[in-house]
Ligand binder design. Structure first.
Ligand SMILES: *Cc1c(COP(=O)(O)O)cnc(C)c1O
Length: 430
């Protein structure tokens, strides 16, 4: 594969941008090699600056439910740009979008738009703290909620360990308010609550985890969290930045039939533009400024271009409810093909799938939490990634990520992918 232009751009980028990229995982550090610089995307495919074509499963890390550059989003953007890019004043589209979100996700009675998933989660935690008057919160090992200080806490040596800053720059004070529990383990949550009675403002969880690779929550786990939160007057936050509008029209909360107090969104909600949102119970949301005292703001929040793209995406979902059946069919087909490839090499690697989110872990045991996920052989994943890339299939350049199937993936794409998986596995697993 010719990657001369990408290499030269990367060398130049490294002079001006830390590590040459604007988000760490893009640098291919976890899999070896240099990142490809992308020229354009169309449907299920992306094209790099050297003219290489790839069927890809990253979808900008989640937003592209319909593949790259779908005509209805492009058209919405072109129309919106005629009127200007930003006003810092209310627009009609913000009201329409908020109303649409609230219709599609019934637990979201009110919603505030922000500019990224990170902003959504940090604002939701602030809202929970302001509402309860408590300072601590529980998060789960292996769940990712963006890069705000108090989310970047290492899993530590056990569920009850108080946080130690993982990232330089996170203060001890900040880390101490983040209590770590183990995913799919209610007992770990109960123990923390017992030790911190009436001090916990929120439990934040990815209702289907995608950021330690795909790991489904059990029904018992999520129902248990709901019950505990109600009993202890803790705000239950579902971080649906990845799962919102991805696994169902109403997100993971629809699949599990659970009503969280607050929900955070991002990715699909922006139709490929930088958007996030948080929303939920009116009683909590009305405490947000200017209707209440909890401060939250943003110069570009509810930006007209972002709202146009986001509204087009959500409206497309609303008017085409069948897309989730299509996604399920395509994803199940891919899953079946990969399983039979694994069978042909006599390996029982864990393949986790939740709708159109999927992760192949290079470990022959069930993966249902962080401890199990990190047993995956990441060196093998790196080799797998390279073999797939050489065969024109672009996967996430890191093991602990989800592969996303879009409505744009064709049967031909999926068959090519399955063939590539079979060939790649045969080469790397001896
Ligand atoms: C991507 C993601 C975030 C962070 O969103 P950004 O837009 O990257 O800030 C937060 N939570 C979850 C579950 C995510 O998948």
């Amino acid at each position: 594969m010719n990657t001369v232009k990408s290499e030269s751009l990367f060398n130049e980028a490294k002079k001006y941008i830390p590590g040459g990229v604007n988000s760490p995982v893009r640098a291919f550090k976890a899999v070896g090699g240099n990142p490809l610089f992308i020229q354009k995307g169309e449907g299920s495919k992306i094209y790099d600056v050297d003219g290489n074509e790839f069927i890809e499963y990253i979808g900008s890390w989640g937003p592209h439910l319909f593949g790259h550059n779908p005509p209805f989003i492009k058209e919405a953007l072109l129309n919106a740009i005629e009127n200007g890019t930003s006003f810092g004043a209310p627009t009609r589209l913000e009201v329409k979008t908020a109303k649409l979100i609230s219709e599609m996700v019934p637990s979201v009675e009110m919603v505030r738009m922000v500019n990224s998933g990170t902003e959504a989660t940090m604002s939701a935690v602030r809202a929970a703290r302001g509402y309860t008057g408590r300072e601590k919160f529980i998060k789960f090992e292996g769940c990712y909620h963006g890069h705000a200080d108090y989310f970047l806490i290492k899993a530590g040596s056990g569920a009850l360990t108080l946080g130690i800053p993982t990232s330089p720059g996170v203060t001890k004070g900040n880390a101490a308010d983040t209590l770590m529990a183990s995913y799919n383990n209610l007992e770990s949550v109960k123990q923390i609550i017992k030790k911190n009675k009436n001090e916990i403002a929120a439990i934040i969880v990815e209702p289907i985890a995608g950021n330690m690779g795909v790991v489904q929550a059990t029904e018992e786990f999520l129902n248990g969290l709901r019950a505990i939160c109600t009993e202890e007057r803790i705000v239950l936050i579902f971080d649906e930045v990845m799962t919102g509008f991805r696994v169902a029209k109403g997100g993971a909360q629809q699949l599990y039939n659970i009503r969280p107090d607050l929900t955070t969104f991002g990715k699909i909600i922006g139709g490929g533009l930088p958007v996030g949102a948080f929303g939920g119970r009116k009683e909590i949301m009305e405490m947000i400024a200017p209707s209440g005292p909890i401060y939250q703001a943003g110069t570009l929040s509810g930006n007209p271009l972002a709202m146009a793209a986001g509204y087009a995406a959500l409206n497309h979902i609303k008017s085409n409810p069948d897309i989730y059946n299509q996604l399920e069919e395509k994803s199940a087909y891919l899953e079946k093909g990969i399983k039979s490839a694994l069978h042909s090499i006599n390996r029982d690697f864990a393949l986790n799938r939740a709708g159109s989110m999927m992760t192949l872990f290079f470990v022959e045991e069930q993966v249902n939490n962080y401890d199990a996920a990190i047993k995956s052989n990441t060196v093998l994943y790196g080799k797998f990634f390279s073999e797939m890339l050489n065969r024109g299939i672009y996967l996430a350049p890191a093991q602990f990520e989800a592969a996303f199937v879009s409505t744009a993936h064709t049967k031909e794409d999926l068959d090519k992918t399955i063939n590539a998986v079979e060939e790649s596995l045969r080469i790397i697993v001896k």
